[in-house]
Design a protein around this ligand. Structure first.
Ligand code: ATP
Ligand code: SF4
Ligand code: MG
Length: 337
């Protein structure tokens, strides 16, 4: 449900994020980030550790002010001087974190963790009525029978069960957007699909939009097969488009390399190695000149060292930041852009 006519839930325009370090140097965690998230969108953000995925998530959540550019939430520039962000709008964007243990209050039972939100949201009064709703919520996220869970503390639950509580808490306020930052990274692989299915159900049944942050392309594809992929590298968005289109026709050499490392993918290499000139990620404090990917790119030419490529459209909805990428090329094994 991509409602192009209504204003986006969140719109980032030319957002830069810079962190001043104690030694006076500046770390650029985000550069010229443009992103529109509409009701019901499923967007997966992938990239290596430190590329700026969580930073992007914090900007979308309205937790981190941009150093440059604008962040509009429901059509309002939330960082404009004097603007007071209404509580209802703030609650319409919720987060699910990688480590549910640190985000759940350890000295409260599940009933105590979930009741305040229910009281606020449904205006339900009375202890028994609220408790009944907590039971319904626990059942809805698969913590069944709910009698077994309702009076437990987070430390008495497994990682997957805790993440279900975190999802219940995030969804009980009927948010319009959930930023899920590596929600299954700390969960046993056998339970990952069930947690992703739970979130997919929120999208299908309630139209909740998701920004799903992960370093794992396979779960991104599972989570949002019809959705949008955003590939990040060193604080930049280097490719974006419909997930299957990006996977079938990866335009940026970095995405091609990520795909080559996945066994069974169209461009997989039998040795499982990333086909890069170097495995080392450059420092965001002192990024390379021109295209920041050039020291690792197997196709780099002189222009790549001198000129930064802009994100440009290759085909409707599919954009790439690479001087050499063209729409016509279908990636064959070992072939360049
Ligand atoms: N508050 C901060 N102060 C200084 N540097 C920061 C701060 N927050 C993040 N960074 C730096 O910004 C860069 C991007 O960090 P971020 O957490 O967004 O990466 P990430 O893609 O989420 O990585 P991971 O996959 O490991 O979670 C990193 O180099 C990180 O060290
Ligand atoms: S612009 Fe050049 S260095 Fe950058 S990804 Fe494209 S070919 Fe590689
Ligand atoms: Mg992160």
């Amino acid at each position: 449900m991509n409602t192009e006519t209504s204003p986006p839930l969140v719109k980032l325009t030319a957002v830069d994020i810079r962190f001043g370090l104690a030694d006076g140097r500046v770390l650029q965690a985000g550069h010229q980030l443009n992103l529109s998230i509409h009701a019901g969108d499923m967007i997966a953000v992938i990239g290596e550790s430190g590329c700026g995925k969580s930073t992007l998530g914090k900007v979308v959540l309205g937790l981190l002010a941009p150093s440059a550019g604008s962040v509009e939430i429901a059509g309002q520039n939330v960082w404009a001087r004097g603007y007071r962000w209404p509580k209802a709008q703030r609650l319409a964007i919720q987060a699910i974190h990688q480590d549910p243990f640190s985000s759940l209050n350890p000295v409260r039972t599940l009933a105590q963790i979930l009741s305040p939100g229910l009281k606020y949201h449904s205006q339900t009064q009375g202890r028994e009525a609220i408790r009944l709703q907590v039971h319904e919520l626990l059942n809805a996220v698969g913590l069944t029978p709910s009698e077994r869970f309702i009076d437990k503390y987070p430390f008495q639950l497994s990682g997957g069960q805790k993440q279900r509580v975190a999802i219940a808490r995030a969804t009980l306020l009927s948010p319009r957007l959930i930023v899920a930052d590596e929600p299954v990274a700390a969960v046993d692989s056998s339970l990952r699909l069930a947690i992703l299915d739970l979130m997919k159900g929120c999208n299908r049944e309630q139209g909740t939009a998701f920004l799903y942050i992960t370093h794992d392309l396979a779960t991104a594809r599972y989570f949002a097969p019809e959705g949008q992929l955003v590939v990040m590298y060193l604080g930049r968005m280097v490719e974006t488009g419909q997930i299957e289109a990006c996977i079938q026709r990866p335009a940026h050499p970095y995405l091609q390399a990520l795909l080559a490392a996945i066994p069974g993918s169209a461009t997989a290499r039998s040795d499982g190695e990333l086909p890069l000139r170097s495995l080392e990620m450059p420092s965001p404090i002192d990024p390379p000149s021109g295209c920041v990917f050039h020291p690792r790119c197997p196709y780099a030419v002189l222009r790549c060292e001198q000129e930064a490529p802009q994100l440009r459209s290759l085909s409707p909805g599919h954009s790439v930041a690479c001087h050499l990428a063209t729409a016509e090329v279908t990636m064959e094994k070992g072939q360049g852009p």
